[in-house]
Design a binder for this molecule. Structure first.
Ligand code: ZN
Length: 317
């Protein structure tokens, strides 16, 4: 069972119907994300509208490396930051008395530049792409083997930068060396995966740096990658099972940890969306509004020039 995703070629062909399906399928979770961040229903609705327009505008540049949800959430994150910035600018004009609780810390974090694990922008990007890929492979393997405790431990260490001691306590493991053992084996497996991906390449020595104890440099970046690339995020249907109470206990251990302790904002948005009791009335109104604005935009693009090349087959990927 996989999550529904639109046909990107149809979206690129500016087909109303496919865009309408996108609005129906994703508007709830986007709204939940923006609402968690802004705490303001109107602002959150505006963010969702801007996100969908941004998605329509940018769809020709869609990168199939990402899932469609990642594409949308990426735009949503930026529009949310814009919205918070606008509000901050307004409240600063109003003076300190009227300044509500401001997510300043959040802004600072979101705009931080990732620390480079290697010098040189190009090399850094390659290294990050490699790490994201092998981490994803590792998570997939671990999930397939249903080693959910192992997954929790690595998410806590890599994604949350927990200390071994705290991981050991949280998961009531035999002793701290059990945590170190899991980490050791995960790093070993990651090296193997990297060797396959990057056979003989110059990036491999950066993984070796971890072995030599140069962990700080490595871990900082790893944590950012882990979160930004959503390496360990469960698919939406797993979260749906959790909400419905039908998720088995082992998988539940990880999914709950990811949501409640790692507080992944994207997965929390999915859970908020899936657990909302009344999906209907308010969301329908928003969907109406989105449909109008998307349609207007699509017409403005396809009206004067029907651009027949758009209707051809999608570029092969
Ligand atoms: Zn997540």
């Amino acid at each position: 069972m996989s999550d529904w995703a639109p046909d990107v070629a149809r979206l690129q062909a500016r087909e109303d119907e496919e865009w309408l399906k996108v609005e129906r399928a994703y508007c709830g979770r986007l709204l939940a994300y923006a609402y968690r961040r802004t705490g303001d229903r109107q602002a959150a609705e505006d963010v969702v509208q801007e996100t969908l327009l941004g998605a329509v505008r940018g769809i020709d540049d869609f990168d199939p490396v990402f899932t469609f949800e990642q594409y949308l959430f990426g735009i949503c994150k930026n529009r949310t930051i814009d919205s918070l910035r606008r509000r901050k600018a307004r409240t600063l004009q109003l003076g300190p008395d009227e300044e509500g609780p401001q997510p300043i810390e959040f802004l600072a974090r979101e705009t931080e530049t990732p620390s480079a694990i290697v010098r040189g922008k190009e090399l850094t990007e390659r290294a990050q792409t490699l790490y994201a890929e092998i981490l994803r492979q590792w998570v997939e393997e671990t999930w397939r083997e249903r080693e959910f405790l192992r997954l929790c431990v690595i998410e806590a260490l890599f994604g949350g930068q927990w200390r071994n001691r705290d991981v050991w306590r949280r998961f009531q493991m035999r002793d701290e060396t059990a945590v170190a053992g899991i980490k050791f084996r995960a790093l070993k497996r990651l090296r193997e995966l990297a060797a396959v991906e990057e056979s003989g390449g110059d990036l491999l020595r950066y993984l070796a740096a971890v072995e030599e104890g140069n962990e700080r440099l490595f871990d900082l970046d790893l944590a950012q990658l882990w979160r930004d690339k959503r390496v360990a995020c469960p698919a939406r249907h797993w979260i749906a099972r959790l909400v419905a109470g039908t998720l088995d206990e082992e998988a539940g251990l990880f999914v709950r940890f990811h949501l409640d302790e790692m507080k992944c904002p994207w997965c929390l948005a999915n859970r908020d969306d899936l657990s909302r009791a009344d999906q209907s009335a308010e969301l329908e109104l928003l969907i109406e509004r989105l449909r109008d604005s998307t349609r207007r935009f699509l017409r403005s693009r396809t009206g004067p020039d029907p651009s027949p090349t758009r209707l051809g087959p999608p570029p092969s990927t």
